[in-house]
Unconditional design. Structure first.
Length: 264
């Protein structure tokens, strides 16, 4: 049984259907990609999974249990953690203290109260930003701040990690290291669900990929299956009949997406 099951989820904001009958899963020990053009509904799916957004319809199951109406903090206590597309660290604290606060919160939830300074150092080392430990979180580069978010997530030792555009701001070398880290985290038994625009990274590390377009899952499969799917290519290339409504999509990460979908 997949750790996370999203079933028939619909989210409407007034007249806008942001997510339309989306059904997909994420499994332990696997990296699952959730990709799609801007505005496709990816972040809204994350909000539904984590409990920030109540769906108009549909079910979210975590570890076999229906959590659709469970509050955010209880889902987090059960092992869900996420990073945000917009960064959420405490700007006036150091990088090290940001992780320590996350560890204190996670420890407090379990009734553990002791200094976790060494554990904070270990997590910073693990995500590769130990050099920034003493810097204020609002003074570090965006890519580093994303890794800090990941370290804060890991403080809770989550079973499911939801990452919203984690590699933006990382250079090529950092992205490679980040891919290795994701593989290691999945290898520990965690399920990783990742929204990501860097198609090289997605195609390299993901075991399974779901493609959202206008709120609908138009394709689910392995990287090879997704890459060769005609609907996926149309969604990214804007070559469908609705082309004129998709001017936005043409600009969407064309440089990284086009080679990745194998169209020149
Ligand atoms: N709180 C909201 N109120 C109204 N419309 C929203 C809200 N959040 C998202 N949307 C709309 O829902 C659609 C999907 O948005 P989003 O999930 O952020 O897409 P993505 O993350 O794939 O870029 C977009 O059309 C967006 O404008
Ligand atoms: Mg988004």
């Amino acid at each position: 049984m997949p750790l996370l099951e999203v079933e028939d989820v619909v989210v409407r904001f007034g007249g806008v259907t942001a997510v339309n009958n989306a059904t997909f899963t994420a499994e332990e020990r696997r990296i699952t990609g959730l990709i799609g053009p801007n505005g496709a509904g990816k972040t809204t799916c994350f909000n539904v999974i984590t409990g920030l957004q109540r769906p108009t319809q549909g079910t979210v199951r975590f570890d076999g249990r229906n959590v659709t109406r469970m509050p955010v903090h209880r889902r987090s206590h059960r092992g869900m953690a996420r990073t945000f597309q917009r960064l959420e660290a405490f700007g006036s604290l150091t990088v090290h203290d940001n992780v320590r606060v996350a560890l204190d919160i996670a420890g407090g939830l379990r009734g553990v109260w002791r200094s976790q300074s060494a554990e904070a150092d270990r997590l910073l080392e693990r995500v590769g930003i130990a050099d920034y430990a003493g810097e204020r979180a609002d003074a570090i580069p965006t890519g580093t701040a994303r890794l800090l978010e990941l370290a804060r997530c890991l403080a809770g030792d989550p079973r499911l990690l939801l990452l919203d555009e984690p590699s933006s701001g990382l250079d090529e070398h950092e992205t490679d290291a980040f891919g290795e880290l994701l593989l290691a985290l999945a290898g520990e038994g965690r399920a990783i669900l990742m929204v990501e625009h860097d198609m090289d990274l997605v195609m390299t590390v993901c075991d399974d990929i779901h493609v959202l377009d206008f709120g609908e899952i138009i394709c689910s499969g392995s990287p090879a299956e997704v890459r060769s799917d005609e609907r996926v290519q149309r969604a990214y290339l804007g070559q469908s009949d609705e082309q004129d409504t998709r001017t936005d999509l043409a600009a969407f990460d064309a440089t990284t997406v086009l080679p990745a979908v194998g169209v020149s």
